[in-house]
Write a protein that binds this ligand. Structure first.
Ligand code: MG
Length: 156
């Protein structure tokens, strides 16, 4: 078994869609970035790549590459997981925490889990998605940004 950990953060700006775990959450602002800026999926990709000791998402999908402009990060996740499958690994479980002040994500968590489980072709009980605020402290608390962490276990 191997484990991996990922972290990502993005600036929040007006007029951007807030896509988290492949789900568009109603919001007047969203994460800025080259792709759809799905901070949760980026953290999960980094966790998978970390478990494989294959570097990070910026190495495999550079933001200077026009192929990835506006792309759904689920495409990147599929590619990262394919690298694990090619090496004989399957997902044990993953656990994501999204950190932002607003909006509340609770109504969307189950759909996020469903989308990730479908993308990874696994049972939903292997996919955990949680959300928290930092109680108005720091860059997530002020609404300046959003961050996410992800832990993953893969086994062969
Ligand atoms: Mg990112």
């Amino acid at each position: 078994m191997r484990i991996g950990f990922g972290y990502d953060a993005h600036r929040l700006v007006a007029g951007r869609a807030m896509v988290l775990c492949g789900v568009t959450v109603p919001s007047d602002f969203g994460p800025d970035g080259h792709s759809d800026a799905d901070v949760a999926v980026h953290a999960l990709c980094d966790a998978i790549l970390g478990a494989l000791a294959l570097g990070d998402i910026g190495k495999h999908f550079p933001d200077t590459d026009e192929r990835y402009r506006g792309v759904s990060s689920l495409v990147l996740l599929r590619e990262c997981y394919a690298m694990a499958r090619e090496r004989g690994y399957t997902l044990g479980n993953c656990d994501i925490t999204i950190v932002l002040q607003a909006p509340k994500l609770a109504p969307h968590i189950e759909l996020m889990r469903t989308v990730l489980a479908a993308t990874l072709s696994c049972d939903i009980d292997r996919v955990s998605v949680k959300a928290t605020t930092e109680e108005h402290m720091g860059f997530t608390g002020s609404g300046e940004g959003i961050s996410a962490t992800a832990a993953v276990a893969i086994d062969n």
